[in-house]
Design a binder for this molecule. Sequence first.
Ligand code: SF4
Length: 75
Amino acid sequence: MRLVVDLNRCQGFAQCVFLAPDVFSLHGEEALLFSPRFDEAQRDRVEKAAAACPVQAILVDYSDEPTKRVEPHVG
Ligand code: SF4
């Protein structure tokens, strides 16, 4: 899982820092720091942070997860 934050959008509201403090932090008034890679244990918090961002600056990328096999529908 990877995380991308559009820092042009980010306004430093810090909701993400509050919801996932192990992944996001604020440096000074507005400079957001974040870990682009996070582990499964942080997934729920990161998703809540992305949902709570008032300017939708947080994107979560799951493309590095193994693809789930889709069983064919029979009948
Ligand atoms: S919640 Fe959104 S706007 Fe606020 S600091 Fe986090 S990324 Fe930036």
